[in-house]
Write a protein that binds this ligand. Structure first.
Ligand SMILES: Nc1nc2c(c(=O)[nH]1)N[C@H]1C(S)=C(S)[C@@H](COP(=O)(O)O)O[C@H]1N2
Ligand SMILES: [Mo]
Length: 261
């Protein structure tokens, strides 16, 4: 009889050994993943701040990510895509007031004029009556602030795009951006032109069917429902057109320039 080869039989692991093995694997995985997370975090933490342009204050890689996200979302932006609207009854009667940068100085509403600066340097001065003479558009939508609140509110005014057509600014609207500022220049925003020309973007002079009150931006404010509240500048004093990002109050403090919804 041949020597039967003795097959080496693998002894099954005891329960205790199995537990030890799993503990080892989980703990090892945890350690490796923590290392990766810590590495990523400290890389971001030690990365340089962005170079101050229209935006500032954020880490350079974070800003790159925000700008990439903007490009991604801009591809989907469409003037046919409308923000959800609501019936009038749903609009808040007591409208929340957020902040009043650029609203502190006194202005004479009777004397107020909107200063429109063309890229050529030419300036138009437009009165509130001229603006009110245009067709009025109403909008009831859910206003959203980056600070975490939202509220359905009701606005009336002229469509930004109607304003552009009426005042022969069509060539200006071919530029990439429009910048808006309060009369004292203490609050200012930059808006990409597709968002400004969106059919629901308003130069609003009414809230709840009444003229705007000072804290909500008397006599004229921007209502741009495709953006967060920060871009909805109250008390517009001037408007300018350019191909460069106009200065933007919150973007200079680290917030996303685009701030789209
Ligand atoms: N001039 C000016 N406009 C402004 C602001 C501001 O401080 N000053 N705050 C913005 C922010 S962060 C928000 S959420 C909305 C709030 O508008 P409301 O106070 O009419 O609710 O206004 C925006 N427009
Ligand atoms: Mo806000």
């Amino acid at each position: 009889m041949k020597n039967s080869k003795l097959k080496k039989v693998k002894k099954p692991l005891t329960i205790e050994q199995q537990i030890n093995r799993r503990t080892f694997i989980s703990f090892g995985t945890f350690t490796v993943l923590s290392g990766v997370a810590y590495g990523g975090w400290s890389w971001l933490k030690n990365s340089p701040k962005e170079i101050r342009t229209a935006t500032a204050g954020a880490k350079a890689p974070l800003r790159r990510a925000l700008n990439k996200t903007e490009l991604f979302f801009r591809n989907f932006f469409s003037n046919n895509h409308l923000v959800k609207t609501y019936p009038k009854e749903r609009a808040a009667k007591v409208v929340r007031y957020n902040s009043g940068i650029g609203l502190k100085s006194m202005i004479d509403v009777e004397d107020w004029q909107l200063q429109v600066k063309k890229q050529s340097g030419e300036v138009l001065n437009i009165t509130l009556d001229q603006i009110k003479a245009l067709p009025k558009t109403e909008l009831i939508f859910d206003f959203k602030c980056v600070e975490g609140w939202n509220q359905i509110s009701h606005w009336g005014g002229v469509k930004f795009s109607d304003f552009i057509t009426h005042f022969n600014l069509t060539d200006q609207a071919k530029l990439d951006y429009v910048g808006l500022a309060t009369p004292d220049k203490k609050y200012y925003v930059g808006i990409d032109m597709p968002s400004a020309m969106h059919p629901q973007t308003l130069l609003a002079y009414e809230m709840n069917d009444k003229p705007l009150i000072p804290k909500h931006g008397e006599p004229l404010r921007l209502i741009i429902p495709v953006k967060y509240g920060i871009k909805n500048l109250k008390r517009i004093g001037s408007m300018a057109f350019s191909n460069q990002r106009p200065p933007d109050y919150w973007a200079e403090k680290g917030y996303d320039y685009y701030s789209g919804l």
